[in-house]
Design a protein around this ligand. Structure first.
Ligand code: NAD
Length: 362
């Protein structure tokens, strides 16, 4: 299997089938219903590991091409995330084109649910940006291929935080010779859903915690509750720390911050942390840092969904998240042995799992 930069996007001028071909998509469904105002695209990237699972995003895209690029890129990302996590799930994603504050209705969501259903289970949907549990309940009136419903698997953040914590400990094991975080200076950027649960684990282990957030109130409360020191939004990149945990924004590992960061581990929940995988993946190695691949260590959320799809109980979902420790270790070791960036080692391992399963199925 050819190794690709999975963060990249395709030039907009190539046709849909050639974009699908070069990114390896199996199927793309364009959905339209003028009466209810629905315009959506469902992309099934790969179903070798199992039915494709990924959220539905509602966004006011500037053009249909932009929506197509997003859904193709995000669905491919889900294939890698689900494969590296050992789930019996492939990768898919859907986008609904529109303003989630103004354009949503029961009729629109139910019509979308009918399109999901028309794929016969090849695509399982869930919430993403712009979609609420209520919206998913409407989708669920038309199809059973939905996860993340109210009263089911619930908030994925605790599982996500546990996986991030496991990835952080595995990185510490390699970098410091011990996976204990006691006394380690950890800077958590963003103390929202995942960040706060992560603080609980860090506090319990006796880490020295630094936090930043744009939300003053949250910052003050969380700082008191977890004994964390507050640092400025930009100052977080300059403090003396062992571990940087981005739990808010993507692309914070870039030319500027890599010149400033003094940490030896980067491990957090945010998606797409490396601004440019090809450039910053290498820079991280040159600086002697370990980067725990984001899509691997934040996979607790999708494990939570998988639990709902396959009726797996909470304890088992948590032990799946615990296994992120072993996978992170394996990836860091592969990255060091082969002298390749950790994100690439993760991509290769995901591709090997898919290729192996494909061979077995033949
Ligand atoms: P959230 O919105 O609850 O928390 C994000 C926090 O970051 C908020 O408190 C926000 O005020 C803060 N923030 C925003 N801009 C900031 C900045 N410039 N500096 C510092 N803080 C800033 O989101 P979440 O659910 O905790 O998710 C955190 C990240 O992890 C997101 O990038 C998300 O995509 C990713 N993620 C989350 C899950 C999950 O299960 N929730 C799963 C996988 C990935």
């Amino acid at each position: 299997m050819e190794v690709k930069d999975i963060s990249g996007v395709m030039p907009t001028d190539s046709g849909v089938l050639s974009q699908m071909g070069s990114m390896g998509h199996e199927q793309v469904l364009f959905c339209q219903d003028k009466e209810v105002g629905l315009k959506a695209i469902i992309a099934v990237h790969n179903t070798v590991c199992g039915p494709s699972l990924g959220g539905t995003r509602m966004w006011n895209y500037a053009s249909d091409e932009e929506a197509l690029q997003d859904v193709l890129r995000l669905s491919r990302g889900m294939t890698y995330k689900n494969a590296i996590s050992g789930l019996d799930l492939g990768g898919g994603k859907a986008v609904i084109i529109g303003d989630s504050r103004k354009d949503k209705s029961e009729a629109l969501m139910r019509r979308f649910g009918q399109f999901v259903d028309s794929l016969g289970g090849k695509y399982i949907t869930a919430e993403d940006v712009g979609i609420s549990p209520q919206d998913m309940s409407w989708v669920a009136m038309e199809t059973k291929h939905v996860a993340g419903l109210p009263g089911k698997s619930g908030d994925p953040s605790p599982v996500t935080a546990y996986g991030v914590y496991m990835g952080m400990k595995a990185s510490a094991k390699v970098q410091f010779g011990s996976d204990s975080l006691a006394g380690k200076k950890v800077a958590v950027q963003g103390v929202g859903h995942v960040g706060e649960y992560l603080l609980g684990y860090l506090q319990k282990e006796g880490a020295e915690i630094y936090i930043s957030d744009i939300h003053e109130e949250t910052l003050n409360r969380v700082s008191r509750e977890y004994g964390a020191s507050v640092v400025g939004l930009d100052a977080i990149y300059d403090i003396d720390m062992d571990i940087y945990a981005p739990c808010a924004l993507g692309a914070t590992v870039n030319d500027d911050t890599l010149r400033r960061l003094k940490c030896s581990i980067i491990a957090g929940a945010a998606n797409n942390q490396l601004a440019n995988e090809l450039v910053h993946g290498e820079m991280v190695i040159e600086k002697g840092m370990i980067y725990a691949p984001d899509y691997l260590i934040n996979a607790g959320g999708v494990m939570n969904c998988a639990g709902e799809v396959y009726n797996i109980d909470n304890d088992e979902v948590m032990s799946m998240a615990e296994n992120i420790y072993n996978t992170t270790l394996a990836i860091i070791i592969k990255s060091r042995e082969e002298g390749i960036p950790s994100y690439l080692a993760a991509n290769i391992m995901a591709e090997e799992r898919i290729a192996g399963l494909k061979k077995d199925k033949k």
